[in-house]
Design a protein around this ligand. Sequence first.
Ligand code: WAQ
Ligand code: MG
Length: 247
Amino acid sequence: MRAEKDGLHLSGAEGIFGAKDVQGAASAMVERAMRLKTRPGGIYLSIEPIPLKPKMISALPVSTVKSASVADARSAAEVFLKDAGISSRAIRAALAAIRPPAMRGAALLCAETGRRLDTSKKRGVRASVFGITPGAQKTLQKKLAGCGITHRRAFEAMLLAAKVASCPFILAEFCVSDDPEYATGYVSSRKNGYVRIENLKPKKSPEGGRAFFLEKDAPVEAVIDYLEREPVIISRAGRMRGEICPL
Ligand code: WAQ
Ligand code: MG
């Protein structure tokens, strides 16, 4: 589902569902678009069959950095990005990519040089065609609730991050929500899992975006094809690691 107003992207959501759940999921998506703070101009819903046997993966382990300031949050992000093999130059490129206006997708950046690798300047690359089994969803939501993480945004971002991290050429992801009311973002990687970072942007800031860091000489077209088209289903929840402090 994609909702827009006057050509500006408002919200998007997706999932992979069994045939019997398609109608309910579609109706829940439309309801969600109609409940947005801004009434959408257009709501676009598309339903497609999944052609291949989906790849089954686990969700990432989850931890939280309770940073008190944006500066602390950004240094924490830097610590985890560096640990995943991302250069200072590439980290600076990611911070530049989250300035408004927000793209619909993510910037693909070379983890070494910080060079932008995708050519879709305004759109960015969309991670798509992923979902979670009902069993794993129940377990993951229960585990998250046990840690006080109840926001749907966080849950959905974890699914996206799990698919992105399952791409062998991607070393890490950096994400800041473009919602002015939501300042928690994350750094995720196979190395350290999904690390939530509080106060990653100033309160009420419209900035936001995502960067996927590719290892040097990664096959860019194959990575884009994997992210945008390969069906991936999360079939297991990850561990909850609780609060961590990198500094
Ligand atoms: N694929 C790639 N990039 C995307 C996608 C996608 N499917 N959807 C959004 N983006 C990009 C786009 O540039 C947006 O501006 C940016 O990411 C942020 O998107 O655990 O809500 O939907 O509490 O605002 C993090 C939760 C929430 C942290 C992230 O992102 C936590 C969020 P938003
Ligand atoms: Mg958003």
